[in-house]
Write a protein that binds this ligand. Structure first.
Ligand SMILES: [Zn+2]
Length: 441
């Protein structure tokens, strides 16, 4: 198997083992531990050793990992990569049980900008965090992934809505609650009480559970990721936005470590993966919160050193980009329609919806040149609004140089997205060139 094929197999494995942001963070932590990184606790004093790798998790769903360089950070800066752990999805409401027409359903809340149509007629499962009281009365939590399909959102037959292919509005409150089964009880209370069902499930998984208190659970598609296309040139999966970037950033961080075993890196390299990007990033663990800044302040020492460090730092914010769609090509500017498998996309927006400027764009393209990988540009049509990402938020909070880039993909925010087999690899090569060679100037 080529290095690139092994990289893509790793991506597929990562996507499949990460049905929720908490699972994505847990998967990344396992890889960091395996690579010799150590856990840091935000509530404890840190004693950092040059050359050592560390990771910090906040809220179970956001992660910062860094390898401290041998040179003082004030003199070498930090080479940062950013991504987000969350994807638009349907989250289970706190009092979720519904009984309609003799069917058991769960009420859901729409998380982020979900493209709703593709959620119908999928074999859905449930994953996330569950908080429970154990047999000795202590409040604790565990990850849950039901794995098997336990729910479906059936679409309405075309015979009952002849206009379905022209306009079929989806009312999230009425039309999205997934069906879990038939209700067997003969009174008005549902036979499924979710918290009891979760407690039973967790006990079977070996946890000591007296009572489930709360949860953060999302539905997900059980169809595994797949290579698609005559030449298997596409990767089709849920959550490519933006687990593809989390995986690629982590892979780059660890790959440079491996290259550097005999010659430790002079400068510090860092990966931040935030939750809550899809809902605007304003939270204690989102990119607008203080997580990254507090880690950077702690690793710099004092204010003078922090400011000197930041002046020599840069963040490559990685989030997937919109590839041009052959059936809807007029949705792109004629000169800025990125193609799948033609390299990472530099995202530009004069109104600062992307943080890229001509300096950071030039730097990123030079990393691509150094890595011998192609790159492309994206600017939204002048008559359309532009999306955004963690780049402008990090730039505003930290005052650091930022470039917004990403692998091109189709169907962003669908339950099934499609990217290329070359682009994540290309992006990873450019990231490696950045963290192993950039001199902070
Ligand atoms: Zn994204």
């Amino acid at each position: 198997m080529t290095q690139q094929a092994a990289f893509n197999q790793g991506l597929i494995k990562f996507l499949q083992s990460s049905p929720s942001p908490a699972h994505a963070v847990t998967t990344m932590v396992a890889q960091l531990e395996e690579a010799g990184y150590q856990a840091l606790n935000e509530s404890e004093e840190w004693q950092l050793q040059p050359g050592q790798g560390y990771w910090i998790v906040r809220g179970g769903r956001s992660l910062v990992a860094f390898r401290l360089g041998n040179k003082p950070v004030a003199e070498s800066g930090v080479r940062m990569m950013g991504a987000h752990t969350d994807s638009p999805c349907l989250k289970v409401k706190p009092k979720a049980e519904l009984l309609r027409q003799g069917y058991l359903q769960l009420g859901v809340e729409v998380y982020g900008g979900v493209l709703m149509h593709p959620w119908f007629d999928r074999d859905l499962s449930l994953a996330g965090q569950v908080h429970f009281r154990n047999e000795s009365g202590k409040l604790t939590s565990a990850l849950l992934d039901v794995v098997k399909p336990i729910a479906i959102i059936p679409s309405l037959a075309i015979h009952l809505n002849r206009e379905a292919n022209k306009n079929s509005e989806i009312n999230a409150q009425l039309h999205l609650p997934p069906v879990l089964g038939l209700d067997a009880s003969d009174d008005a209370s549902p036979s499924l009480v979710l918290r009891e069902w979760l407690a039973t499930w967790l006990r079977k998984a070996g946890h000591s559970v007296a009572e489930v208190v709360d949860y953060d659970l999302c539905f997900y598609d059980t169809q595994p990721p797949a290579l698609v296309g005559l030449e298997q040139e596409f990767i089709s999966s849920a959550r490519l936005d933006n687990l593809l970037s989390c995986y690629t950033g982590l892979h780059a961080l660890l790959a440079v470590d491996k290259l550097a075993t005999n010659k430790p890196q002079a400068a510090t390299s860092l990966l931040v993966c935030n939750d809550h990007e899809e809902v605007g990033s304003s939270s204690a663990i989102g990119a607008e919160g203080p997580f990254l800044e507090s880690v950077l302040r702690r690793l710099s020492g004092d204010e003078q050193k922090y400011q000197r460090m930041m002046a020599r730092s840069m963040l490559i914010s990685c989030d997937n980009a919109h590839a041009i769609h052959p059936n809807y090509a007029d949705k792109h500017d004629e000169n800025h329609g990125p193609k799948i498998n033609a390299g990472p996309v530099i995202k530009v927006n004069a109104n600062q919806r992307y943080a890229t400027n001509s300096e950071t764009s030039a730097l990123f393209s030079s990393f691509c040149d150094m890595a011998k990988v192609p790159y492309q540009h994206f600017v939204v049509r002048a008559d359309m609004g532009c999306g955004s990402t963690i780049g402008p938020i990090a730039a505003t909070k930290l005052g650091v140089r930022v470039v917004d880039v990403g692998a091109p993909q189709w169907s962003m925010h669908s339950i099934r997205e499609t990217a290329g087999t070359k682009d994540a690899w290309y992006l990873g090569q450019a990231l490696q060139a950045f963290i192993s060679t950039w001199d902070g100037e």
